[in-house]
Design a protein around this ligand. Structure first.
Ligand SMILES: Nc1nc2c(ncn2[C@@H]2O[C@H](COP(=O)(O)OP(=O)(O)OP(=O)(O)O)[C@@H](O)[C@H]2O)c(=O)[nH]1
Ligand SMILES: [Mg+2]
Length: 415
């Protein structure tokens, strides 16, 4: 597979750049950059250096200030002199076409932003026709406003169909502009085609979903890398690709499950992440239909992650955007085996913080907050899995009786 090829070859190196602003303090920026480093690693790049800058907000010209850009440039040059080539510089936020162009001119290496990095990983992960089409659509949408920078690198598809270039701004017309107009048109045509293709796939899938019969649909949702696929594999004895990389799952997998004669459908879905551009979420709308049409959402959380609380709110926010905020749901805190805390001295009076709360205390707080509709498990160590099955059974049964009041599941013969 592609990712093995990348990691076995000499890995490309990456420099990360983030900002500390009034909305994003140093700790937050560090967490964001940790995640960006994980994303880079997933894409096959080794992070060699991080740069951060304290500013009021990103500069519209070069994202960081000119002094910082100079510092980054100097670093790249010094590395080059020492024969350690820097492969790329990755910025933690989405860059505008103008910022990208200016930065590229200055640094003269490959420039990526969070969005293009995520797109790259998505492209690497896409397996089915649907996921591939969705990723290509998202890539073209990302490219369109940035064409001016990219046009020379574009692959030409189809012949140039005469003329073009009539509408450019004064002073910018010229051969380059004609080319740009042509490319823009090619991309727009491609976007239309991809959208048509997705509508067709979507139509087929909707029909398929309708034919699934009278079964309650449960969807595993959550931040990326929390263990959704591992839980799916464990419960449904399926073999969904799971690994310690971000976005291991891009395609939704649905499995039929039966607990005590009660059949229902369980879906594994694409993970969410911070700063995911709406455009990208849009492109994955049909994948996310599984979430939208679910009767019950099982929100999986990685409790061993230092940022799990923020991850919960990112997921809740994304679910809200998908119109799923009010769906029946439950929280499953996974990876309890990896949860760590700092033990306090008995006479230590410092108030509890994220770092020194025991799992038991955390459990109590969340059980109170969630009205008991949360569970603590370890999918890897198979802890509390029976409890998870029991709770699922109870919830699905309730929903089944509500939705299909004839209680027919007890009598039907499901193969
Ligand atoms: N320590 C520990 N690791 C776990 C547990 N469950 C899953 N993992 C690991 O967490 C990593 C991610 O698991 P996945 O099941 O791929 O996570 P996912 O939520 O499907 O991730 P994406 O598809 O990337 O969104 C893998 O390395 C798993 O082995 C657990 O209970 N404890
Ligand atoms: Mg997965």
């Amino acid at each position: 597979m592609k990712e093995f090829v990348i990691s076995e070859a000499k890995a490309e190196t990456a420099v990360l750049v983030g900002l500390v602003t009034k909305d994003q303090d140093e700790t937050k920026t560090k967490e964001y950059l940790d995640e960006l480093e994980f994303l880079a690693d997933t894409a096959g790049a080794v992070t060699v250096k991080r740069f951060t800058q304290k500013v009021a907000g990103p500069s519209s010209v070069t994202y960081v200030g000119s002094g910082k850009l100079e510092e980054i440039k100097k670093y790249i040059e010094d590395e080059e002199e020492a024969e350690r080539e820097v492969g790329m510089v990755i910025f933690d936020d989405e860059l505008t076409a103008k910022q990208m162009r200016n930065i590229e001119k200055e640094l003269k290496v490959k420039i990526l932003d969070r969005t293009s990095l995520i797109l790259d990983i998505f492209a690497m992960r896409a397996q089915t026709a649907e996921a591939k089409t969705q990723v290509e659509l998202a890539q073209h949408r990302y490219m369109l406003p940035r064409l001016q920078r990219l046009w020379t690198h574009l692959e030409r598809q189809g012949g140039g169909s005469g003329g073009g270039g009539g509408k450019g701004s004064v002073g910018l017309r010229g051969p380059g502009e004609t080319q740009l107009e042509m490319d823009r048109r090619i991309i727009l045509q491609r976007i239309t085609l991809l959208k048509q293709r997705l509508t067709e796939i979507d139509r087929q899938k909707t029909t398929q979903r309708k034919n699934r019969g009278r079964m309650i649909r449960v969807a595993l949702v959550g931040y990326t890398n929390v263990g959704k696929s591992t839980i799916m594999n464990l419960l449904a004895k399926s073999e969904v690709f799971a690994e310690n990389k971000l976005f291991a799952t891009l395609d939704t997998t649905v499995r039929k499950m039966v607990i005590d004669n009660l059949p229902f459908l369980l879906a594994d879905t694409v993970g969410f992440i911070r700063k995911l551009p709406t455009d990208l979420v849009d492109s994955f709308k049909s994948t996310l239909d599984e979430v939208r049409e679910a009767d019950l959402l099982v929100h999986v959380v990685d409790i061993s992650h230092p940022d799990f609380e923020e991850q919960i709110s990112v997921v809740e926010k994304t679910l809200g955007e998908l119109g799923c905020a009010d769906k029946p749901s439950m929280i499953v805190f996974n990876k309890i085996d990896a949860y760590t805390w700092v033990e306090k001295e008995p006479d230590d009076l410092t108030p509890p913080t994220k770092e020194n709360v025991t799992l038991d205390e955390l459990r109590k707080t969340w059980m109170a907050k969630m009205d008991d509709s949360c569970l603590f498990i370890s999918a890897r160590e198979k802890q509390n899995i029976d409890e998870l099955r029991d709770v699922l059974y109870k919830r699905v049964r309730e929903l089944h009786v509500q939705k299909y009041p004839y209680n027919d599941f007890l009598y039907q013969d499901y193969e």
